[in-house]
Design a protein around this ligand. Structure first.
Ligand code: ADP
Length: 374
């Protein structure tokens, strides 16, 4: 928008008319004081400012405006008497742009100047937009780079831990073998096996991440019995966590069409987290619910819980609740992979949690509705 400031009403009207005919939006002020008020309220691309006005003259107005952050990009064209020296005109104004036209105003020249200022304004607006977008992109990349570095360092640490254990057990094995102590050999072998399984899971998760990124995570969907899946899950969990009681409520005598291994992976991920994030507690519940067309599986723990504000983010890649991350090992990718698996099966994943009281991580999956009629 353009602001014309002139104390002579005829000048105001004729200038306004010409500019409006040329499709410019125009506002007017008949004194310097009124102009300042308007500049404070509205954003103008250009101000056409009469120099000789009673009260505040054009230069004083320009000087005052130069202090307004709102008018930083605003250009000014002074309308001055022919004998005004340009050094006076540049006085006190060094922002958006400056020019002057001598009176009586040659409308063609004025229009040309207005159009030029508008073009420059548009160009600089676009430049600022591009600059902001670039700064945002740089910031985003920096953050991503930091996250990646952090991830690499945590991942290396996580991989090294079971590897170091295996190395230790192999040394112990060597000694036990030398002594011919078979029961101890078996014990160490079992422990080494557990660490190798951990290593295997970690590497599988890392591979899953790269498959998700490249769109290569494939599913092998077929019909299977849900209760058999839960049996297998409970057995696996019992083997690795013999001290924990996992109580399953709700029956699941139902067939599900899905990738059994992947759904098992999600439930095991929920259960492993439920145990990990509830230190000192030894009970976890699995709640299974079947509606006609929907399966609900929830894993409830009585552990540390998650603050409401962070609940959504736990499904993001590499996200770990900062306040608790130092107390628990993890990479922040299990729930991200689980979310992708459930999403790709047309289901929903979520969490209900109260900080300090525990969480219920759940997913739903669509079921084929098979209402039986006698
Ligand atoms: P990881 O456990 O390896 O860090 P996940 O993707 O499985 O990665 O979980 C992401 C984050 O969500 C965890 O770091 C933890 O902060 C939070 N979280 C997951 N499960 C639970 C739970 N049952 N109770 C409390 N916090 C949890």
């Amino acid at each position: 928008m353009i602001l014309i400031v002139d104390d002579t009403p005829e000048n105001l009207i004729s200038l306004k008319k010409v500019l409006e005919i040329n499709n410019f939006e125009v506002d007017t002020a008949s004194s310097g004081e009124e102009a300042l008020k308007k500049v404070l309220k509205n954003a103008y691309v250009l101000i056409i400012l009469d120099v000789q006005m009673p009260g505040m003259d054009g230069f004083e107005v320009a000087e005052a405006i130069s202090g307004y952050s709102k008018a930083k990009e605003t250009a000014i064209i002074f309308l001055s008497a022919a004998n005004t020296e340009s050094k006076f005109i540049t006085k006190g104004y060094s922002s958006g742009g400056l020019d002057y036209i001598t009176k009586p105003v040659d409308m063609d020249i004025l229009l040309l100047k207005v159009k030029t200022f508008y073009r420059i304004y548009e160009q600089s607006r676009k430049l600022i937009e591009i600059q902001n977008a670039l700064l945002e992109e740089i910031e985003f990349r920096k953050k991503a780079e930091n996250k990646k570095d952090e991830f690499i360092s945590i991942a290396s640490h996580e991989l090294k831990t079971p590897l170091t254990s295996v190395k230790g057990y192999v040394q112990l094995l060597e000694r036990s073998v030398d002594k011919g102590d078979i029961p101890t050999v078996k014990k160490h072998l079992k422990k080494a096996q557990i660490q190798l399984d951990k290593l295997n899971e970690l590497i599988a998760d890392l591979l899953d991440i790269s498959k998700i990124e490249s769109g290569k995570l494939k599913f092998n969907k077929k019909n299977f019995q849900l209760d058999e899946l839960f049996e297998s899950v409970l057995e696996i969990m019992h083997q690795s966590n013999p001290d924990h009681k996992i109580i399953k409520t709700g029956t699941a005598p139902q067939q599900l069409y899905a990738d059994e291994t992947r759904i098992e992976q999600v439930i095991i991920n929920f259960l492993t987290n439920a145990i990990k994030y509830s230190p000192g507690k030894n009970e976890v519940h699995i709640n299974v619910n079947i509606d006609c067309d929907r399966l609900y599986v929830g894993v409830r723990d009585f552990g540390i819980g998650i603050d409401e504000k962070q609940q959504k983010s736990v499904f993001d890649k590499f996200y770990r609740v900062e306040e608790t991350a130092i107390h628990f090992q993890g990479l922040g990718i299990g729930l991200y992979i689980s979310a992708e698996i459930i999403r790709r099966h047309g289901g929903e994943i979520g969490v209900k949690s109260v900080l300090g009281e525990g969480s219920e991580f759940y997913f739903t999956l669509p079921l084929e509705c098979t209402t039986e009629t006698d």
